[in-house]
Design a protein around this ligand. Structure first.
Ligand code: BLA
Length: 514
């Protein structure tokens, strides 16, 4: 079963979402050659909006088609000279001959040697007016500065985005180290069930989608019940390549994901990437029960908002990390001065046990030297610690060893897992098996999943999206709280300082004389 699940997940990650061969039909798309502005691909939906079959457009220029409207071709020709990659060209009234074709918003971007022009019907009264966007965003930025922590920041973001786009629900979703997501903040209107605090498994958003969402930071699905509008031709006759829609607004999305949305009871969605230090940190995800357009200026405001929130999260996290480093350095100084005043490393650390434990946020610790093993706080018993030191001897003597699951990482010593959840050890001698070790208790976590995380794979190993979002509680044991990089770095710092002290004491004793 595990194997077919893995196969199913691999298959999800294979779906070519950048080249789906079709678009969402609430607008139309033309892929143009430069500089001629000849049409290379057109979406079938031009028939709905311009009353022409897509084949009739191919090889012709926009000017021929849409004459006598000069503005659009003038604007697009202007673009050919620029080297920007995305252009908003505003609202245009399209005409064909004497016939008015309606007003459209035109967005164009350049990708893989083509100018991809996307037309969406202009909406009246869809969301707040353009003129209110700037004050909305600037008020939001001012409020953000007062947020004390990341949770508060995310709450403000959820509320603001919900207010701007008028969807039923906006939530902020954060990925953990394993790619699973948790809902950190939420703004709901009546009738939308809450997902606050719930976890969603990593496989709900496959790897290639996450990769794309790093590049292209905003997506709208207008109506999950849509019928995809195929591109004509599907493959470029010259190169045989499919048209790459990575940056297209109208890109047709994965049918598996559309089914997921219907299962969730949402027909419209918009999601904004939160990118922190170049990683996809999370998403602001908005849902509405019925189809719901999002006008271009609202999308742009939300994208900007997403970038601002991302930067603020980055700043808050960097700040918290710097605070923690400083705190650990203070504890190192305290331990070192205790050691310097005493005969041995162990005697020094035993004199400042609280500092030693606080350094590792630990329930217990051990100072392992040749002849003795001193224990502090709650630890495995002395023979177990000695066995652990033996086990550590087989590893690289210059590295910090961290485990947040001893049952998994040290299967040779099964007794350990009955006493502790995890440990961090740092060698303090180049020659001998001397270690400082911190222990952490097992930390049993309860995880509220939205629906069962293990998915059913059908006979072909194909995964289907979850059908149930009913909350389900899982209890995960065997782990301690994880050891982070700041802790590992600081442990190395402590070790280097301890080596220095040991050396100096040896000199003082005259052991280094000859
Ligand atoms: C995409 N899945 C997504 C997206 C989200 C989720 C947010 C991005 C789509 C977008 O930006 O609009 C999942 N949506 C969620 C989650 C919440 C939510 C977790 O609202 C929580 C509240 N999905 C599956 C399975 C497969 C799968 C089994 O569950 C594969 C077989 C695929 N999901 C899948 C694919 C995409 C996706 C392929 C990419 C859609 C695209 O951009 O084309």
């Amino acid at each position: 079963e595990v194997q077919s699940l893995a196969a199913g997940i691999a298959q999800c990650a294979q779906e070519p979402i950048r080249i789906p061969g079709s678009i969402q039909p609430h607008g139309f798309l033309l892929a143009l050659e430069e500089p001629s502005l000849r049409i290379r691909h057109a979406s079938s939906s031009v028939a709905d909006w311009l009353g022409l079959p897509p084949e009739a457009l191919l090889g012709r220029t926009l000017a021929e088609l849409l004459a006598p409207d000069e503005t659009i071709t003038a604007t697009l020709s202007g673009l050919v000279k620029e080297d920007a990659s995305v252009f908003y060209l505003g609202e245009l009234a399209l005409r064909r001959g004497d016939d008015a074709m309606g007003r459209f918003q035109l967005v164009a971007h350049r990708y893989a040697d083509l100018l991809i022009a996307e037309f969406e019907p202009a909406q009246d009264g869809g969301g707040p007016a353009f003129s209110t966007m700037y004050p909305l965003v600037s008020t939001f930025v001012a409020r953000l500065q007062h947020a004390d922590d990341v949770e508060r920041l995310c709450q403000l973001a959820a509320e603001e985005v919900q207010r701007i786009i008028g969807f039923g629900r906006a939530l902020v979703y954060r990925f953990d180290r394993d790619g699973h997501g948790q809902v950190l903040a939420e703004a709901n209107t009546d009738g939308y069930p809450s997902y606050l605090g719930q976890h969603f498994p990593a496989s709900d958003i496959p790897a290639q989608a996450r990769e794309l969402y790093l590049l292209n930071r905003l997506r709208v699905i207008h109506d999950a019940d849509y019928r995809p509008s195929p591109l004509v031709p599907a493959f470029d006759p010259a190169t045989g390549a499919p048209l790459d829609l990575s940056f297209s607004m109208l890109r047709s999305v994965s049918p598996v994901h559309l089914q997921y949305m219907r299962n969730m009871g949402t027909l419209a969605s918009m999601s904004i990437s939160l990118v922190v230090e170049g990683r996809l940190w999370g998403l602001i995800s908005c849902h509405h029960a019925t189809p719901h357009p999002v006008p271009f200026h609202v999308r742009t405001a939300c994208e900007l908002l997403g970038r601002i929130v991302s930067l603020q999260i980055e700043a808050k996290e960097a700040h918290a990390e710097a605070d923690r480093r400083l705190e650990l350095r203070r504890l190192i100084v305290q331990m070192l001065s205790a050691m310097a005043d005493r005969d041995s490393v162990a005697a020094g650390l035993l004199a400042v046990q609280d500092a030693f434990l606080a350094f590792g946020r630990a329930c217990g610790g051990a100072v392992v030297a040749a002849q003795r093993c001193d224990l502090i706080g709650r630890t495995p018993d002395a023979p177990q610690v000695a066995e652990l030191a033996d086990w550590l001897r087989g590893r690289d003597a210059r590295e910090v060893f961290r485990s947040d699951n001893v049952g998994r990482d040290v299967p040779e010593l099964p007794g350990l897992a009955q006493r502790i959840g995890g440990f961090m050890a740092v060698p303090i001698s180049e020659l001998h098996a001397h270690y400082l070790i911190w222990f952490r208790d097992e930390h049993v976590r309860t995880i509220d999943w939205a629906g069962q995380p293990a998915k059913d794979a059908d006979a072909d190993g194909r995964l289907s999206p979850r059908a149930s979002f009913a909350s389900w509680r899982e209890t995960v044991g065997g782990h301690s709280l994880p050891w982070d990089q700041v802790e590992a770095d600081s442990a190395l710092e402590l070790r280097n300082a301890v080596l220095g002290i040991v050396l100096r004491k040896a000199e003082e004793l005259g052991l280094m004389a000859e």
